[in-house]
Each structure stands twice: as structure tokens, then as C-alpha cells.
Design a protein around this ligand. Structure first.
Ligand code: FSO
Ligand code: SF4
Length: 551
């Protein structure tokens, strides 16, 4: 195996024996094989479209979900990958038969399984997944590999956002076509470095489109997020804890638990669900339990009731609660029950509900409230106050601290950084990075809280819209003239698409930590540094001096 797609990769170089995330080498290779066959299928869909053929939304959604399933911490179940590889190959066979011109297809598009038996099929998949042709190191040239992986991880992040939009009935074929064309291009050895850099930027453009689509899906379905205080304590009823990002799964669970005496709690990235009018209306949506994804071992143990993982960010569960852990959608873990159901279809959560009724109420691990709901519509409703505060000098700077949280001790930087910020600064956040400072009492500026939480990682889109609005109000010609500092924490591939989207929107001088991605080769990192001013982080003291000047 060789995997360096997330920030916690071993030695900030690459996981080679097994994953820091808990992924085995065999699983890592099988995930790479799924990407490989998805590229092969995408080559065929792309060629068929050029011949005027029609590709069904079923195929589009299937490829999207393949990418999502390989995101860090999403799915640890080998069987799921065997099945998806097999189905991907079957779809491809069917489409290849429709191609008029079958010349010059790549090995990824041509590879098939033996037809004899399931056992042979799995052995054949394993052999292929272990071969040199599959995986990151199949690309020998370092800069080409770096750009190919940067684009692949961007597409993986984008796939998650698209899948959530699809679940709510929103779709944009142009995004699926771009994703497939790009996957096909990643097999093309004739692409130059410059062409790959251009493709990276184009990925950022579609990142913006994907986040816009999800924003439309979420706000049309559930209303615009509004300022909301969220309880972080617990009640006395048994509870179900919902983690991940899929609002549609949460809504269905809320409907199915109504009147059962069960309270539903959000965890980690599901916290922003409380901000949506059509979700907060459920009285038994009781509060948010715990913190960011990486603390789940301890917190899930104490929760007492069943936990539903709707997307990525599963930490291999302890035996003490493994039987209470359920997965759905792209998430999966061997030995944990998976709730089936296609994207957006009606799912039956009765087994979880029955389980919850036999459980004790959660152990209270903290008390109080946190405040959020500052997505674009809410902030624009407060625009006069915000603009007034900037004009009067009450707010000197905004600091975008969106992104992810993670296990590394070095991430305490973000807590210390938030504490050290001058009192006339406001933090704009989205994603699970917020758990590093959203329970600090940082106060407010004339009633405007100093931490404005827009929502999930995809709601970084809201932060971009807010920046664009401020640019317009202050009549600036360049978004970079705004008094905004970008100090973003990353962990997995959704943060990659957020980064590429911000670059596409023209944002410069983004600081990225706690480490720069291992998949950036020195030359590719230089391109980002020279063209976009991308930089890492230093100590809090050094960064305070850098951003605010020495006293
Ligand atoms: Fe991931 Fe980051 Fe959204 Fe967190 S991008 S790690 S759980 O912010 O959330 O999916
Ligand atoms: Fe390592 Fe991250 Fe890959 Fe897991 S996802 S194997 S931790 S690089």
C-alpha cells in the first residue's frame, strides 16, 4: 500500500504498512483498485458521450459514490469494495459494448474479471490491487503524480458534496461529466504539467459549483440557517447520536423517532443541522454531543445509545460500543450493521430505534450552549451591523479558520491562535475545525459573536459568498484587498476541494496547517506558493506578528 491522501499520513510522507486511520494494506489497495476501475469506467462514459451516447444518472451517481467511499475514514469494509469493483466493471462492460470505436482504450478501461466463480473474482481483484499498475505509485514522475493525486483528492471531496445534493434530489449533470472526463484524463500519459495545473484549477471551479449545488439543496429543503443556540448537555431519555454530514439521513431519523420518547443528538459535523429551520423544528432534536470526529472513542462509549455514522470520519470502534455503531450511505465498518437504502431513498431505521429503547440515557460530558447558524443568508441579514462595525473600526479583521480538526497535538495551535487573536477580530468558520475554539468564551463585538460558524465543511462556500459580498459593499476590485486572513486547517479530501475552490475564486495567501499535504511535491508546492501565496503555519507568536505586526 501507499497512501498519503490525508493530513495524518505516516511521517507526513505516506502510510505504507497500514493506515494511521486504521485502514489495512489490503483495504488501501482495494480502495485504489476501485479508483482505478472508476477511471476505466469514466474513460468509457467520456468516449460514449463524444459519440453522442447517453449515460444514465445511475452510472453518474455510482461513480460519484465510488469516489466518496474511498475518502479517509469513510468505509473500512472490504466486502463493500469487492462489490463496488465488481459492479463498476459490469457497468463498464455494458457501456463498452455500446462504443463504436473501441480503439486505444487504456488498460484500466480494458481490465475485466474472470467469469468462473466469486472466489476467483476476489482473488483476481486482490492480485490486481497489489500490482504496480494500480495505486499512487503507478505514476512514476513525482510532479505528475502529485498533480494527479491533488486532482483525485479534489474529486473525492467534490463527490461527497454532490452525493449529499443528490440525496435531496438535486443534480447537475455538468459536474458528473467533468468528474468523469477528469478521471479519464488522469489515465492519459500525454497530459503535460501545465495541462494538469489547468485541470487542477478547473477542479476548483467545479468545487464551487458542487458546493453551490449542495447549498441550494440544503437551503431549499431545510430553509436558510439562522442564528441558533445549541444545547451541549443531555436529557433523561435514551438517545440516538447521528454523525457525519448527511442531513437527509438525519431528517428521516427524526421523522421515524417522533413520539417514541427517544432524543436525537448530533455529533461533530452534524452540529450545523440545528441551524436549519426545517430540522430544528423537531423538538426531540435535543442537542449536540461531544466534539470533533477524533474524540469519538471516549465519547461514543459514554453516549450509551446507538450511533449512526452517515458519512466519513469513523474511528475504528472500541469493543465496548461496536454493537451500537451503525453505518449508512458511503460509510461502512466490518461488524457494524449497515442500514441500506439508495441515495435519497427512504431508509428504515427501525432497528436503531428498537436498540435505542433498550439503552440508558447518555452520560452528560459537558453542559451549556454553543451558538451558530452564520451561513450566508444570516450574515447578509446582519450586513448593516457587520459593515458598520468594520467602518467604525470595531472589527479590524476577519480570520477564516475553516477546515478540519484531527488528533495531532500540533493542532492545539488553533486553540492558542484563537485565544491570542486581538479582541477586534472575528473568526469565520466551517467544518469540524471549529471544535478547537467554539467552546471558548471569546465574547462578541457589539452583539456580533467573535466566532461565526457557517456550518459544515461545504459551507465554506458561505464564507466565500460573504467575502464576495463584502468586496462589493466596500467597492474593492480584488477579494484580497479585504481585511481577511485565511488560516485553514485540513485533514481529508473534502478540505482539498474547499482549498481548490478558494484558489479558483482568487483567494491568495491562504495559510494551511498543521502541515502542508505530503502529496504536494516540492515543485507543485512551489507553484502554489508562487502563484497563490500558499504558506504553512509557524508558532502562534510568529503568526500573530506576521498577521498583526509586532507591538
Ligand atoms: Fe472532513 Fe474536515 Fe467535513 Fe470534518 S473536511 S474532517 S469531520 O471538517 O468535516 O468532512
Ligand atoms: Fe494513511 Fe490517511 Fe491514507 Fe489512512 S487515509 S492510510 S491515515 S494517508
Amino acid at each position: 500500500m501507499f497512501c498519503f491522501q490525508c493530513q495524518e499520513t505516516a511521517g507526513n510522507k505516506g502510510c505504507t504498512l497500514n493506515g494511521v486511520c486504521g485502514k489495512t494494506a489490503a483495504l488501501a489497495n482495494m480502495q485504489d483498485l476501485l479508483i482505478y476501475v472508476s477511471k476505466g469506467l469514466s474513460e468509457v462514459t467520456t468516449k460514449l458521450r463524444l459519440e453522442g451516447g447517453n449515460i444514465s444518472s445511475e452510472v453518474n451517481h455510482y461513480i460519484t459514490l465510488n469516489l466518496f467511499t474511498t475518502i479517509t475514514n469513510a468505509n473500512f469494509d472490504d466486502e463493500v469494495f469487492y462489490q463496488r469493483v465488481k459492479e463498476t466493471l459490469a457497468m463498464k462492460e455494458n457501456l463498452i459494448n455500446q462504443l463504436n470505436n473501441k480503439e486505444n482504450l487504456s488498460e484500466a478501461a480494458l481490465w475485466t474479471l474472470p467469469v468462473d466463480s466469486t472466489k476467483d473474482e476476489i482473488e483476481s481483484m486482490i492480485a490486481k490491487s497489489n500490482s504496480d499498475e494500480v495505486g499512487v505509485l503507478a505514476t512514476k514522475e513525482e510532479d505528475v503524480r502529485s498533480l494527479r493525486e491533488l486532482i483525485t483528492y479534489g474529486l473525492k471531496g467534490l463527490s461527497a458534496y454532490v452525493k449529499h445534493a443528490n440525496a435531496l434530489g438535486y443534480d447537475e449533470e455538468a459536474i458528473a461529466i467533468f468528474m468523469q472526463e477528469t478521471l479519464a484524463k488522469l489515465l492519459d500519459d500525454t497530459l503535460t504539467i501545465d495541462e494538469l495545473i489547468a485541470l487542477t484549477m478547473e477542479t476548483g471551479k467545479f468545487g464551487v459549483d458542487g458546493m453551490a449545488l449542495l447549498d441550494k439543496a440544503n437551503t431549499t429543503t431545510y430553509g436558510n440557517p439562522e442564528i441558533t443556540k445549541v444545547n451541549i448537555g443531555v436529557g433523561t431519555n435514551p438517545g440516538i447520536l447521528v454523525s457525519g454530514h448527511d442531513l437527509s439521513d438525519l431528517e428521516q431519523l427524526l421523522i421515524q423517532t417522533e413520539g417514541t420518547g427517544i432524543d436525537v443528538y448530533t455529533h461533530s459535523e452534524m452540529l450545523p443541522a440545528h441551524y436549519y429551520p426545517n430540522l430544528k423544528k423537531f423538538k426531540h432534536l435535543k442537542g449536540n454531543y461531544g466534539n470533533a470526529w477524533w474524540k469519538q472513542n471516549e465519547e461514543f462509549e459514554k453516549f450509551n445509545g446507538p450511533i449512526l455514522m452517515t458519512t466519513n470520519c469513523i474511528v475504528p470502534p472500541r469493543a465496548s460500543y461496536k454493537d451500537r455503531l451503525y453505518t449508512t450511505g458511503a460509510a461502512g465498518y466490518v461488524g457494524c450493521q449497515h442500514i441500506d437504502g439508495e441515495s435519497g431513498s427512504k431508509k428504515d431505521f427501525s432497528v436503531i430505534i428498537k436498540h435505542a429503547l433498550q439503552c440508558e440515557a447518555p452520560v452528560e460530558i459537558e453542559t451549556g450552549e454553543i451558538i451558530g447558524g452564520f451561513a450566508h443568508a444570516q450574515v447578509l441579514a446582519l450586513a448593516d451591523a457587520v459593515v458598520g462595525a468594520v467602518k467604525s473600526g470595531a472589527i479590524k479583521k476577519f480570520v477564516v479558520m475553516a477546515g478540519c480538526d484531527g488528533r495531532a497535538k500540533s493542532r492545539n495551535y488553533y486553540t492558542d491562535f484563537a485565544k491570542a487573536l486581538p479582541n477586534d477580530t472575528v473568526i469565520l468558520t466551517a467544518g469540524c475545525a471549529k471544535y478547537k475554539y467554539n467552546k471558548l468564551d471569546l465574547g462578541d463585538i457589539g452583539g456580533i459573536p467573535r466566532v461565526l460558524d457557517a456550518g459544515q465543511c461545504n459551507d465554506s462556500y458561505s464564507l466565500a459568498l460573504i467575502a464576495l459580498k463584502l468586496k462589493e459593499v466596500f467597492e474593492l476590485s480584488d477579494i484580497n484587498e479585504l481585511p481577511i486572513i485565511y488560516n485553514i486547517a485540513w485533514y481529508e479530501q473534502k478540505a482539498v476541494i474547499v482549498l481548490l475552490s478558494l484558489l479558483y475564486l482568487g483567494v491568495k495567501n491562504i495559510h494551511l496547517g498543521p502541515t502542508l499535504p505530503a502529496f504536494l511535491s516540492p515543485n507543485v508546492a512551489n507553484v502554489l506558493v508562487n502563484n497563490f501565496g500558499i504558506a504553512g503555519i509557524q508558532t502562534v507568536e510568529e503568526d500573530m506578528d506576521l498577521f498583526f505586526g509586532k507591538d
